[in-house]
Design a protein around this ligand. Structure first.
Ligand SMILES: [Zn+2]
Length: 172
């Protein structure tokens, strides 16, 4: 059953967004993180826990029976922090895009590239990780009147160009 969010001007099929995450979140290993190659990385951890790194996956949002839902075509750039929605194969009735975020909360990412080497960086995720997606969502609002969608393990975010208007729905 679709969760109707028509008070926001459109109905969004939240369950389909949750399924999009479940299907795609572990589909593509990350070959880069913010453009940096992960080749040769060992002992990768997130907040000290062993982790496998997966890439963002992008898909179309389509209108079906008057409801905004996920399409079937996907694309991934193989990077953990970005993707190219323009590279998703075309589908009829496309009105926006959805993508996965592989990490759901801010975390410290650490890795080694050789004996005695240890590198780390802060991974910005969760509500603070969608800032970079907002300008694109703003232009989509202008073109189609539909929010773009970001989904991670904890939440579904319906975003327009204004960060204070993000609709956050706990992911089931
Ligand atoms: Zn994003």
């Amino acid at each position: 059953m679709s969760k109707e969010l028509s008070q926001y001007g459109k109905s969004y099929d939240v369950e389909a967004f949750s399924k999009f995450y479940d299907k795609n979140s572990h589909a593509v290993p990350a070959t880069t993180v913010s453009g940096e190659s992960t080749k040769g990385w060992t002992n990768i951890t997130l907040d000290g826990k062993p982790a496998k790194l997966y890439a963002e996956v992008e898909g179309n949002l389509v209108i079906k029976d008057g409801v905004v839902t996920a399409g079937t075509a996907t694309n991934s750039a193989g990077d953990m922090t970005f993707g190219y929605p323009m590279n998703i194969p075309m589908e009829p009735n496309t009105v926006g895009n959805i993508h996965t975020h592989p990490v759901a909360t801010n975390a410290t990412l650490s890795w080694s590239t050789g004996p005695g080497d240890r590198s780390s960086g802060t991974f910005t995720a969760g509500p603070s990780g969608i800032g970079g997606d907002q300008s694109q969502a703003g232009s989509n609002m202008t073109d189609h009147g539909v929010r773009n969608v970001v989904v991670d393990q904890k939440n579904i975010y319906l975003i327009n160009g204004n960060g204070s208007q993000t609709i956050t729905i706990p992911k089931k």
